[in-house]
Design a binder for this molecule. Sequence first.
Ligand code: 5AD
Ligand code: SF4
Length: 490
Amino acid sequence: MKRYHVTTFGCQMNAHDSERIKGMLEELGLGEAASQEEADVLVFNTCTIREKPDQRFAAHLGNAKVLKRADPEKVIAVGGCYAEAQRDKLFDLYPFVDVAFGPGTIPHLAEWLGAGGEAPRGRFGTGAEREFAGTLPMHRERRFQAWVQVSMGCNSVCSYCVVPAVRGREVSRRPGEILAEVTQLASQGVCEITLLGQNVNSWGRDLLPDVKTEFGELLRACNAVDGVERIRFTSPHPKDFRREVIAAMAECDAVCEHAHLPLQSGSTRILKAMRRTYSRERYLRVVDELRAAIPDLALTTDIIVGFPGETARDFEETLEVVEEVAYDGAFTFVYSPRQGTEAAAMANQIAEETKRERIERLVELVQRVAEARNRERVGRIEQVLVEGPSRTDPALLRGRTRRNVTVNFAGASAPGDLVDVRIEGATSTTLKGTECVPHPAIHAGPWPAITRRESPPSPLPRLQALAAVECGLSLGARNPEAGRHDWKGH
Ligand code: 5AD
Ligand code: SF4
């Protein structure tokens, strides 16, 4: 049997695309190889958001070149965002690459292999030629967690970002298709879903007037699927946390108490140059609205330092916002000019040394603030979805709280279990604890009770009804008045 190996760079969308690439290759009869060396087909699913992934990919391709020289029968395939960005130069830069495709043209790899290499070497595109990877078979790493793609592309014009150029304009997947997938996943034992889109919470706008809907309705419809205990979504944009979305987050008991709210900069002047479409004040208002609606909400963010023209004062404003919001975690980045973006052509680029100083100060503050937030959890009991053994101490288990914090804990539960854990310690990125164990002498009833918010009864989400018509789903809801039914796609 021929074997494949997929190396993935970049974001969760890319990781999910890789699940589809693997599923597609397995459907062609290939098995998975443990390493690049053992594979007949080497796939690199690339990222180009910053310079670093570009460099990492170049190092990997160096290795692939050596393998190809030793065995010319090996197929080297390059997909994803870097491939799309370099579509005109890729085969000149790396002549030993056999086949290439963009993030929207994944099926091309199977077509090319199926045609014995007789099809065109490259297929790219950011327009109508793109297909949702959601229509391909999938190879999932975990049986109880799954990503569900809800949209592709991005309509924002952030001046630093290469994504719109490589993933194209935003197209929403139809609600019927999304709900059919969520329902099928739940019936296979998935209890946590993460809805994925480059701008996930603007989902649905382009479906107008065909299906009049918005992201909050999608959350409600997913919440109504039996078996779905946790719903997450990424990556959202602060401008799209509208009233309806926040209300749905607050009301749906499966939607986790976590919002990722990319700040990028705390200076309104820089936000304007970044074309983020919100000011510092507007951003802070969204934070207030979210916290008012969802008590105990965890907030994480993305921040860039050293954007062109960023003054010492602008940077101080970023630090002020970090302190004021008190994030539970943050991804921090040094600005990296990307070819073809508006910001890369700006004259006032910041010196590397200044960027370095700023990122160090920012990281230090983020760690201090996040550690204080995590310390507040000590003494509480948190619901944890068990993922496996701890990475640092195999005697412990590892899982995630609803607020998306990793917990290493002593316990006897199995991956996929939802358990209560007493929190006993905290660092800036993890919690430590002990699983609450039932004690028959003390507790007659089921113990521990899973701590989840109670949702008020709601009418059957309108989107479910729409999706049912579209996909022939049988309906059920968490609504006690409506009774509980099994949801099955068929
Ligand atoms: N330089 C540095 N960071 C960037 N990001 C996106 N583009 C760039 C860039 N050119 C960051 C943003 C985004 C995250 C996914 O990556 O913070 O939210
Ligand atoms: Fe990287 Fe952006 Fe592509 Fe994700 S969408 S793989 S972050 S360039």
